[in-house]
Design a protein around this ligand. Structure first.
Ligand code: MN
Length: 233
């Protein structure tokens, strides 16, 4: 096959996951989804860990785990699925070993996301020293709102980040409580992986994580970024 020959696929290529950009008809195509663990001290404590600043650690969800239609189907194989509201960072430039000082120039924009977690399966994985994919990277485990370009809102580093279930506040933190700030997260992540345009980073969740049930209405909000409503079905 030469470069002039169009590629043929033996099955239809899968669709490109993408986030809508608020106020436009344009889409942001998603390449990878990285997530930061224990990035708010109070959440580290509630999960039974030391809140001292340890190096950030990362796990991934799959791009096709994004759920964009305002519903979250309660997943199979779990009876303890938790909500984790997070600031989502979208990159339009990539690289390796990105310095903290220039990290924000790689950010296209921000969104409100929820890192849905099968907590029972995560607890089993932790106990057995196994990876977290079954707990984190399952179908529609990443509800996410539209992207807001940084050209409109700048780079939020303070402001309320909240999540309520059926009108009752469950999580209430502030972006200024992030242990590793967004530029530091990008710097650390780019020391481990070659980042590229289209990458998303779920930046971690404040305390107050807890279970959802079918029928729940989940409302997430980040000051200056927006709101995300999700119905558990
Ligand atoms: Mn999380």
């Amino acid at each position: 096959m030469t470069s002039e020959t169009p590629a043929t696929y033996v099955i239809p290529p899968p669709p490109v996951p993408a986030l809508p950009v608020r106020g436009t008809d344009s889409l942001f195509p998603v390449r990878r989804i990285y997530c930061v663990g224990r990035n708010y001290a109070a959440h580290a404590v509630e999960m039974g860990h030391d809140p001292d600043k340890e190096a950030p650690f990362f796990f991934q969800k799959n791009p096709d785990n994004l759920a964009l239609d305002g519903t979250f189907p309660y997943p199979d194989a779990s009876s303890d699925v938790h909500h984790e509201v997070e600031l989502v960072v979208a990159l339009h430039k990539g690289g390796k070993a990105i310095p903290v000082e220039s990290a924000l120039a790689h950010v296209y924009g921000y969104a409100v996301g929820i890192d849905m977690t099968r907590r029972d399966l995560q607890a089993e994985a932790k106990k057995a020293g196994r990876p977290w994919e079954v707990a984190k990277a399952f179908e529609r485990s990443a509800p996410c709102g539209p992207l807001i370009p940084a050209t409109e809102i700048g780079h939020p580093d303070a402001g309320a980040i909240t999540l309520s279930v059926n009108g009752e506040m469950r999580q209430s933190g502030d972006l200024n409580q992030l242990i590793w700030k967004v530029p530091e997260v990008i710097a650390h992540l780019s020391a481990l992986f070659t980042l590229a345009p289209g990458d998303l980073i779920f930046s971690g969740t404040p305390s107050g994580v807890g279970p959802v049930q079918r029928g729940d209405s989940v409302d997430a909000h980040i000051d200056g970024v927006g709101a995300l409503g999700v119905k558990v079905v």
